[in-house]
Design a protein around this ligand. Sequence first.
Ligand code: FES
Length: 122
Amino acid sequence: MPNITFTSPIMKKDKTIYAVAGNTATILALAKEHAIPIPFECGDGDCASCLIEVTHLDNKPAMAMMLTEKEKARLKELQMITAEEIEAAEVSDLPPRFRLACQFIPRDEDVMVHFTGTPGGS
Ligand code: FES
Protein backbone atom coordinates (compact mmCIF):
# COMPACT_ATOMS: atom_id res chain seq x y z
CA MET A 1 0.00 0.00 0.00
CA PRO A 2 1.68 3.23 -1.10
CA ASN A 3 2.29 6.12 1.26
CA ILE A 4 2.24 9.43 -0.54
CA THR A 5 3.62 12.41 1.32
CA PHE A 6 2.81 15.85 0.00
CA THR A 7 5.09 18.73 0.85
CA SER A 8 4.92 22.36 -0.20
CA PRO A 9 5.85 25.77 1.15
CA ILE A 10 2.15 26.67 0.92
CA MET A 11 1.12 23.88 3.31
CA LYS A 12 1.50 24.32 7.08
CA LYS A 13 2.92 20.80 7.37
CA ASP A 14 3.51 17.75 5.22
CA LYS A 15 0.59 15.43 4.73
CA THR A 16 0.87 11.68 4.16
CA ILE A 17 -1.97 9.71 2.67
CA TYR A 18 -2.30 5.98 2.20
CA ALA A 19 -3.51 5.10 -1.25
CA VAL A 20 -5.51 1.91 -1.45
CA ALA A 21 -3.70 -0.90 -3.27
CA GLY A 22 -4.95 -1.20 -6.82
CA ASN A 23 -6.24 2.37 -6.79
CA THR A 24 -5.82 3.92 -10.22
CA ALA A 25 -6.30 7.52 -9.11
CA THR A 26 -3.71 10.04 -10.24
CA ILE A 27 -1.70 12.08 -7.77
CA LEU A 28 -3.88 15.05 -8.70
CA ALA A 29 -7.09 13.12 -7.97
CA LEU A 30 -5.71 11.98 -4.61
CA ALA A 31 -4.62 15.53 -3.80
CA LYS A 32 -8.10 16.89 -4.60
CA GLU A 33 -9.71 14.17 -2.49
CA HIS A 34 -7.55 15.20 0.49
CA ALA A 35 -7.75 18.99 -0.05
CA ILE A 36 -4.07 19.27 -0.98
CA PRO A 37 -3.73 22.43 -3.09
CA ILE A 38 -1.69 21.29 -6.11
CA PRO A 39 -2.38 23.87 -8.83
CA PHE A 40 -4.08 22.51 -11.95
CA GLU A 41 -5.98 23.76 -14.95
CA CYS A 42 -6.66 21.23 -17.71
CA GLY A 43 -6.43 17.97 -15.75
CA ASP A 44 -5.39 16.26 -18.96
CA GLY A 45 -1.63 16.66 -19.42
CA ASP A 46 -1.83 19.75 -21.62
CA CYS A 47 -1.07 22.80 -19.47
CA ALA A 48 1.71 21.58 -17.12
CA SER A 49 0.32 23.68 -14.28
CA CYS A 50 0.35 20.55 -12.09
CA LEU A 51 4.12 19.99 -12.32
CA ILE A 52 5.46 18.10 -9.29
CA GLU A 53 8.79 16.70 -8.18
CA VAL A 54 8.67 13.10 -7.03
CA THR A 55 11.17 11.47 -4.68
CA HIS A 56 11.06 7.74 -3.97
CA LEU A 57 11.30 7.15 -0.23
CA ASP A 58 11.67 3.43 0.17
CA ASN A 59 14.83 1.55 -0.69
CA LYS A 60 13.21 -0.27 -3.57
CA PRO A 61 14.11 0.96 -7.05
CA ALA A 62 11.47 3.16 -8.66
CA MET A 63 8.76 1.00 -10.19
CA ALA A 64 8.50 0.85 -13.94
CA MET A 65 5.79 3.12 -15.22
CA MET A 66 5.34 4.02 -18.82
CA LEU A 67 5.39 7.75 -19.36
CA THR A 68 2.66 8.81 -21.75
CA GLU A 69 3.77 10.57 -24.92
CA LYS A 70 1.76 13.59 -23.83
CA GLU A 71 3.51 13.84 -20.47
CA LYS A 72 6.93 13.25 -22.03
CA ALA A 73 6.32 15.95 -24.65
CA ARG A 74 5.17 18.46 -22.04
CA LEU A 75 8.16 17.75 -19.76
CA LYS A 76 10.50 18.13 -22.76
CA GLU A 77 8.97 21.49 -23.65
CA LEU A 78 9.51 22.65 -20.09
CA GLN A 79 13.06 21.24 -20.07
CA MET A 80 12.15 19.34 -16.92
CA ILE A 81 13.39 15.99 -18.22
CA THR A 82 16.98 15.16 -19.15
CA ALA A 83 18.15 13.13 -22.14
CA GLU A 84 19.16 10.37 -19.69
CA GLU A 85 15.71 10.39 -18.11
CA ILE A 86 14.07 10.20 -21.54
CA GLU A 87 16.21 7.20 -22.40
CA ALA A 88 15.46 5.55 -19.04
CA ALA A 89 11.74 6.19 -19.61
CA GLU A 90 11.79 4.85 -23.17
CA VAL A 91 14.08 1.86 -22.60
CA SER A 92 13.25 0.80 -19.04
CA ASP A 93 9.96 2.62 -18.33
CA LEU A 94 11.63 4.34 -15.39
CA PRO A 95 9.95 7.55 -14.23
CA PRO A 96 11.79 10.89 -14.29
CA ARG A 97 12.07 13.19 -11.29
CA PHE A 98 9.49 15.72 -12.49
CA ARG A 99 5.98 14.58 -13.35
CA LEU A 100 2.56 15.94 -14.10
CA ALA A 101 0.27 15.24 -11.14
CA CYS A 102 -2.69 14.71 -13.47
CA GLN A 103 -0.82 11.96 -15.34
CA PHE A 104 1.06 10.15 -12.57
CA ILE A 105 -0.69 7.15 -11.06
CA PRO A 106 1.31 5.99 -8.02
CA ARG A 107 2.17 2.32 -7.77
CA ASP A 108 2.94 0.30 -4.66
CA GLU A 109 5.79 2.57 -3.62
CA ASP A 110 6.36 5.30 -1.06
CA VAL A 111 6.89 8.69 -2.62
CA MET A 112 7.29 12.31 -1.60
CA VAL A 113 5.48 14.77 -3.84
CA HIS A 114 6.80 18.32 -3.77
CA PHE A 115 5.01 21.28 -5.32
CA THR A 116 5.57 25.01 -4.97
CA GLY A 117 1.96 26.13 -5.21
CA THR A 118 2.76 28.19 -8.30
CA PRO A 119 1.19 26.69 -11.45
CA GLY A 120 3.93 24.87 -13.36
CA GLY A 121 6.41 25.49 -10.57
CA SER A 122 6.91 21.89 -9.39
FE1 FES B 1 -2.86 20.51 -16.96
FE2 FES B 1 -1.93 18.56 -15.36
S1 FES B 1 -3.52 19.96 -14.97
S2 FES B 1 -1.17 19.18 -17.27
